[in-house]
Design a protein around this ligand. Sequence first.
Ligand SMILES: [Zn+2]
Ligand SMILES: [Zn+2]
Length: 422
Amino acid sequence: MTIDIRILGGGKEVGRAAVFIEYNGRGVLMDYGVSFDENDIPQLPLHINPQKIQAITLTHVHLDHLGAIPYIYISKSPPMYTTRITIKLSRYMLEDFLKLSGYYLPFEYNEVLSMIDSSKPTNYGEIIELDNMSIELRDAGHIPGSSMIKTYIKDKTILYTGDINVIETRLTKPLDFTSLSDVQVLIMEATYGAVTHPPRKLIEELFIESVREVIENGGTVLIPAFSVGRSQEILSLLAEKAPYLNVYYDGMVRTISDVMLEEKNYLNKPGLLEKALREFNRIRSWSDRRKALKSPSVIVASAGMLKGGPALYYAKKLSDSPKNAIFLVSFQAEGTPGRNLLKLGKMFENQELVKARIEWFDFSSHAGKDGLLKLIKQCKNLEKIIIIHSDEETAHTFAKHIEENIGIETHIAENGDTIELE
Ligand SMILES: [Zn+2]
Ligand SMILES: [Zn+2]
């Protein structure tokens, strides 16, 4: 009897992560996310027979891991194991997702509720015994509450990384490097497998300096940021290094930050986020929005790629003056207004060139090449690596690097692949 690892999504793509680990006809579904096509229509992972699913695990609340899970709950109600903060946050993420893309989705709010009802808050390090395997969550260091998932089946130990980071930030500690020596099979993300991130401290100094410059010249800085993770990191950074600035925050970041403070245990430095929410200005109304635009200020708002939300409203308002700035701090997917802004100097085809200063800062919450290799080296009994959550070119570059430096068999997964372990 073999152990089958099925890649349902995230093969040669950054998006719709989904892995199914099966043994003897039953298995665990790890993430079931969505990606978006060029028309912004959500794409689901490959189908999996719900009868085979004995449990679901969710690594974190980003939509490329969470977005399609409610679909499973149309026909079945398997338990979903994840951290408590992830359960709380997933409700808001899915509500927002339904609001924006509900028309294209094969599930409704009922399935979201049924998913939440079936959720089992799980601590890092707790062993969950299932029918024919057991699983364990370990801190992934990516965003608060994010997990890697260890699976123990027969004599095999498999680690699925989800999204990982290896540096300390104000929000997160590095991923948990302990308890990796027994891992034999590693299913890993390699979003930045071909990149070495510049030192975070340097980026932070550059960022704060640039923000200050714009304000001193009488301009306003817009910081479009993902509502989970990046916004709170930026707010915490500003609270620590530039608390005297006039800072506003707007959009989903408000609710998400509140939930994070309810679940402080998952934050590395909760005091800073607390300080940010206490001392900075929460936008509550349209008159607040107009007020924020009246005098030099910093505005942190979702969405991170300027696809919508208050960030897009502010971006349009601030575009016309060279005094203002738009500082992007998140990954910008191809075809999004944020990517267009960096590439073409404007968000939309029919728009005039944006006069505001545009910059991008590498605040990535994903490990770069060195961090990924560090993880691999900690897995002392490794037999096989499966690369997912990476574009094809990056995956090849990273795989070559592994083979040359570490010499472990590496498989670049495609959607639909089944990897059999003896
Ligand atoms: Zn993520
Ligand atoms: Zn991801």
